[in-house]
Each structure stands twice: as C-alpha cells, then as structure tokens.
Design a protein around this ligand. Sequence first.
Ligand code: PLP
Length: 238
Amino acid sequence: MKQVLAIGGLDSSCGAGVIRDAATIQSLGKQPRVAVTAVTAQSATGVRDIHPVPSQTLDAQIVPAHAIKIGMLCDDVRVRTVCRALEKVSPCPIVLDPVLSASSGGRLLSDAGAGWLLTELIQKVTLITPNLQELSLLADWCGEPSQDPLKQADALRRAGALAVLIKDGHGTGRIAKDRLITDGEVHVFEAPRLGVSRRGTGCTLASAIACGLAEGRSLPNACEMGKSVVTAYLAEET
Ligand code: PLP
C-alpha cells in the first residue's frame, strides 16, 4: 500500500490539520503517516493555544513515504527542521499548503517561519497550493506586490516554486476556477461554487493531490483528482 506522510499541526477540533489529512489519505486507499509540528487548541471560532513540538521529536516523525503533504509549520524552527529532515527521506513528490492562519483568523505561521518557507522550503517542493489571500501575502513577502494572482504566482516561481496551484475557493463567481501554473503552462480546473464553507478544505485538497502523485499521476491529473475530492467534501455540507 502506498504511504503518504502529512506534516502539519494537530487541530484539537479535528476540522483541519493532520487529522483531516489522515482521513483524506485513508479514504483514498493510502496508508497515512503523520509528523506533528505543533499541538493546537482550536474551535471553529478561534485558535486558543499553540504548543510547538520539539525539533528532535518532529524530525523523528519524518519518515520515507511515496508522497508528502506539508501544512501548518508554526515557526522558523519547525520550517528549518522540516527542510533538514526532507534531505534524509528519499526524493518523492511534496505538496506544500502554505498555511498562514486558521479561517478563524489565528496565526499558524510566524513571520520568520514565512521567511524560511520562501527562501528554503519552497525550492524543495513539487507544488505549492496557496489560496488567494496566502498568494497575495507571499508575493508581498517576496518583495513583488501585485493585485494580479498570475503575477503573484510568477513571484513564487521566481522564489523557486516548480508549480503553483492558485485556489479560487475564496474568490467570487458561479464557477470556482483553480489554476495550475507550471513552466510556461496554465491548466484550469473548474467546479461549481457551492456557496458553502467548511474547515479543512485546503488540507483535503493538498492531501488528495499528494495521494494522486503517490499513485504516479501527472501533476495536472493529480490536481484534477484533488479538485473532485474537495468538491465532494464541500457537497457533504449542502
Ligand atoms: N489548524 C491546523 C492545525 C491546520 O493545519 C490548518 C490548515 O492546514 C488550519 C488550522 C486551517 O484550517 P482552516 O482554514 O480550515 O481553519
């Protein structure tokens, strides 16, 4: 059975984080593994507390897998630990969901952590999956502010990202159009905007894409599969 490792935060309310990742990975017939970066106390309305996991413990949880999904990283110490630990696992597809804050607003990555993400980690991943807000903030931090998501994605590519999936979940319009930007190519994935919101959609999408890549699918094909998994996850709320 293919193994997919989810590196991220533990959300005590189970709406997002590694518990959501593991549920997605298992539902797609893969063996989940998790590496917890921080234990968080959360509810749908807020982040009450964050306890980072010691570097040594985080490092020890990072084991070889057929694909890796990375979510909440908490701070610069955890980002650097993950970067070092990735060197010891054999090369495999890596999907990075650049989690900056919870939908309730609580910060889940420090400024220093974002700095290391943009200078070190971004070069090690196969795909980064920002939502529109994360994309805009990351482009600002790259020193390339813009109002245009395509230009913002270019800034991330110049920072070393091989591919950027611009998630349109927080956008407007009847159709949600996610765009995958790779070397000179743009793939568009469309789904009806369901008008519902649910915690853990970013985790679900990135974990499903990692499962697709673990199966050997192409990046566009894995993103298409991820989009259908997240659409079904959202439809459960309607
Ligand atoms: N909490 C943890 C531990 C997460 O990993 C994430 C997202 O990856 C979130 C919260 C954010 O999820 P949401 O935007 O659904 O609140």
